[in-house]
Design a protein. Structure first.
Length: 311
């Protein structure tokens, strides 16, 4: 006898059927890896022998005995604050500039967007060459105008600002996003502001900014998440600036110079795949996830508070 389902049951099955691609993707690519990371954080596992339970030993090692955890966490948070803020400001400024240009806008859009299409490794290699303190053209130009150029990637003080300059060079993605948001602001509001005698700053503050605030929040949240995973550019820049020849089977020690470019993702890779300490790597990953989640929730809560205040 055929099984007969009630109408609510059929509706629930139909809903689950439509949701199944998302549920499968969420389970396979997020839930399972997260649970596995939590599991291995309490285990001693070298990826060869079977894992053994060690309790909180990995957590104690990361927070008390790992000397590079503090510098890596500081560098990551520094990049999150400085890089994300400057990228948003610079991207918005370029978006405003391009939307105000009357002629040749296509050329400017292309010129500003093309650097974003460069592969991260190639862009980093080019920047290390340009900012080479001995032979780079940037310091040569500075010397011709009477300025002493810094050591850039070879100086612990300038290494992170050099990475920020690299990120600002590839700002085309945010420029396009902000351009779309700025062009979507109703022109009637600008016309009303003109009738009220508002200047450029007043129109930006009372017309443009309220309209693009959700896009700014989107740029900040996605920027925080991406910068918390910052890995490739810092690793490549440190390797090239150090001048160490890396051959087959050799191990790259990240963070040159003096661990100033060491980030938590680099430390995760070093612990997990160079030192085969999977437990400590999982603890670092969970700390990174918790910080990113906390910052995102704080930003979203602040955004909700601003909306409530406006209402």
């Amino acid at each position: 006898m055929a099984l007969t389902l009630s109408r609510p049951a059929r509706r629930r099955l139909r809903t689950l059927g439509f949701l199944s691609p998302w549920l499968i993707g969420f389970s396979v690519f997020f839930a399972y890896p997260l649970l596995a990371t939590v599991y291995f954080s309490f285990m001693h596992y070298n990826q060869i022998k079977a894992p053994t339970f060690v309790g909180l030993r990995n957590w104690k090692y990361v927070f008390q005995d790992m000397p590079l955890f503090g510098p890596a966490l500081w560098n990551t948070l520094w990049l999150v604050v400085v890089m994300v803020a400057l990228r948003v400001v610079f991207g918005l400024s370029l978006g405003l500039l391009v939307t105000k240009i009357k002629s040749g806008v296509g050329l400017f859009r292309t010129a500003f967007y093309l650097p974003y299409l460069a592969p991260p490794v190639a862009a980093t290699v080019a920047f290390v060459f340009l900012l080479n303190p001995a032979t780079g053209p940037v310091n040569e130009i500075l010397a011709k105008i009477g300025l002493d150029g810094p050591n850039w990637f070879n100086d612990p003080t300038w290494a992170k600002p050099s990475l920020v300059l690299l990120s600002l060079w590839g700002i085309g993605d945010l420029m396009v996003i902000f351009m779309a948001a700025l062009l979507d602001v109703p022109k009637e509001q600008y016309e009303a502001a003109d009738l009220d005698g508002a200047g450029a700053f007043a129109k930006f503050r009372y017309v443009t900014w309220p309209s693009i605030t959700p896009i700014v929040m989107f740029a900040v949240v996605t920027g925080v998440v991406q910068t918390m995973q910052y890995y490739t550019q810092a690793l490549v820049a440190g390797k090239l600036a150090s001048g160490v020849s890396i051959g087959p089977g050799s191990v790259i020690q990240p963070g040159y110079p003096d661990h100033s470019t060491l980030t938590v993702p680099q430390l995760v890779y070093s612990m997990g795949f160079q030192n085969f300490n999977t437990g400590a790597a999982c603890v670092l990953s969970l700390v990174l996830f918790a910080i990113a989640m906390a910052v995102t929730m704080l930003l979203m809560r602040k955004r909700s508070g601003l909306l409530a205040a406006e209402d």
